[in-house]
Design a protein around this ligand. Structure first.
Ligand code: SF4
Length: 162
């Protein structure tokens, strides 16, 4: 897995999310090096200074109101690529709460690691991984009531939500 991450602040605190994702993957059972040259880009807003549109997995910050409270979200795009003559933009597969992104990515990468296409994320997407990326969005949209867990409504790296 490519270790460099493109980060930018914006609607969401992308640096906070990057730290949370790194920690989640570090403590997972995943062999990150077996995943190949996979690019994960995180941008704090949709305007693409983090170049999420050309990443294998691109995340861009968004805000939604859930349970009458603003809740940081990320739009997930997959399949972006940069190469002479073959550059393409990623396609959106859905939005998930910022707090659920690390577990979502761990599950998506675990599914990729267990696939016959491990090491080639583009091939994995074409062989059903795109649908898996969308299906896992649905599995990671749960949000607690605000009164039950107010910290959940804070972004990664925000004061009370660290
Ligand atoms: S494009 Fe968005 S994330 Fe990037 S610097 Fe501008 S506001 Fe921040």
């Amino acid at each position: 897995m490519h270790r460099r991450r493109d980060l930018s602040p914006g609607i969401c605190l992308s640096r906070g999310l990057a730290e949370a994702v790194a920690e989640r993957l570090r403590t997972s059972a995943l062999d990150l090096y077996a995943l190949g040259d996979l690019h994960l880009h995180i941008s704090g807003c949709p305007n693409s200074c983090g170049r999420h549109l050309v990443a294998d997995i691109g995340l861009s910050g968004a805000s939604r109101r859930i349970n009458d409270h603003p809740l940081p979200h990320y739009t997930v795009q997959v399949g972006g690529h940069v190469e002479a003559g073959q550059t393409r933009l990623g396609e959106p597969v859905g939005q998930i709460p910022a707090r659920n992104v690390p577990d979502y990515l761990a599950d998506l990468l675990s599914a990729f690691a267990a696939s016959e296409q491990v090491g080639d994320f583009g091939a994995y997407l074409a062989a059903g991984g795109r649908q898996m990326a969308a299906d896992l969005i649905s599995a990671h949209t749960h949000v607690p009531e605000f009164a039950a867990d107010p910290a959940y409504y804070q972004d990664w790296g925000a004061a009370i939500g660290k």
